[in-house]
Design a protein around this ligand. Structure first.
Ligand SMILES: NC(=O)c1ccc[n+]([C@@H]2O[C@H](COP(=O)([O-])OP(=O)(O)OC[C@H]3O[C@@H](n4cnc5c(N)ncnc54)[C@H](O)[C@@H]3O)[C@@H](O)[C@H]2O)c1
Length: 263
């Protein structure tokens, strides 16, 4: 195909996820639910590892799009569960095209009182499970001839906030994992990129965002003049999961309303 033919061949179908199967961890609430429903709207079926019980909202929203969804409950800090997620998805659908490592947690405490167990626990989930689940899924994608891995970073992938050293460490590490996977897996047509959301009100930051002084301080630093909504992230996720992003690998995309470029 010459250059003109390639341009002519481009279509909105490049953004379609028809026939694809996506795993989105922790997608029964918050940002993960947004990614999962966006994928369903783009044509994908979903497999959702969840930690808390209620899956009713995400089930209803995905099925309303005429797509399938199946669930597996467990703790992603457990390596046996990580293997069960991959086996379960293969049993349900026979393939895995997209993985979003979204599940996360945080722990806030003054620096000198920060408990060692909390540091370990946050890193197990926010860093190590990203590596281990990605690693298991990559084996399947390699055998299939390709796939998309999307890791979730943060504004704290680039800078530090006080009282959450484990989260800052993990989210910086997520960028490292993303670049490592891009480098290792690119030859197998697997692209690994990161979305780094800015500030979005979800269960994870309900306590800190209830602090009006903090909320206003952050709002003042967002060029958009507001915190993000769940749907602000959905388009980027579909793009990174689709053929439209096939030449993007190892990137970290800040979806933060301009937070990172305001002094
Ligand atoms: N909300 C924000 O402003 C923001 C900003 C940047 C990055 N993020 C990241 O986005 C991701 C989603 O967070 P959110 O804001 O939607 O918060 P959330 O608390 O609504 O979602 C977190 C999800 O992770 C799951 N989870 C927690 N512990 C788990 C465990 N041990 N095993 C498996 N699943 C577990 C929860 O059940 C939940 O479904 C996280 O990685 C978070 O760090 C959020």
């Amino acid at each position: 195909m010459n250059a003109l033919d390639k341009i002519a061949a481009f279509s909105m179908d490049y953004f379609s996820l028809k026939g694809k199967v996506a795993i989105v961890t922790g997608a029964n609430q918050g940002l993960g639910m947004g990614y999962a429903v966006a994928f369903a709207k783009a044509g994908a079926d979903l497999y959702i590892p969840h930690y808390t019980d209620d899956v009713s909202d995400v089930k209803r929203l995905i099925e309303a799009e005429g797509r399938r969804v199946a669930f597996i409950k467990g703790d992603l800090t457990d390596r046996n569960y990580i293997k069960a997620v991959v086996e379960g998805c293969l049993k349900e659908y026979g393939r895995i095209d997209i993985l979003v490592n979204n599940a996360g947690t945080n722990h806030f405490a003054p620096f000198f009182d920060f408990p060692g167990e909390a540091y370990d626990r946050v890193l197990e989930l926010q860093l190590k499970s990203v590596y281990f689940l990605g690693h298991e899924v990559a084996k399947v994608m390699k055998a299939q001839g390709g796939g998309k891995i999307i890791n979730i970073g943060s504004a704290l992938s680039y800078t530090a906030d006080r009282k959450c050293p484990a989260y800052v460490t993990a989210k910086h590490g997520v960028i490292g994992i993303t670049r490592d996977f891009a480098n290792e897996l690119g030859p197998y047509n697997i692209q690994c990129n990161a979305i780094c959301p800015g500030f979005i009100q979800t269960d994870m930051n309900i306590a800190v965002s209830a602090d009006k002084a903090f909320y206003d301080h952050i709002t003042g630093r967002i060029a958009a003049g507001r915190w993000g909504d769940l749907d602000d992230l959905m388009g980027t996720a579909v793009f990174l999961a689709s053929k439209a992003s096939d030449y993007l690998n190892g990137a970290d995309i800040k979806v933060d309303g301009g937070f990172s470029c305001v002094l």
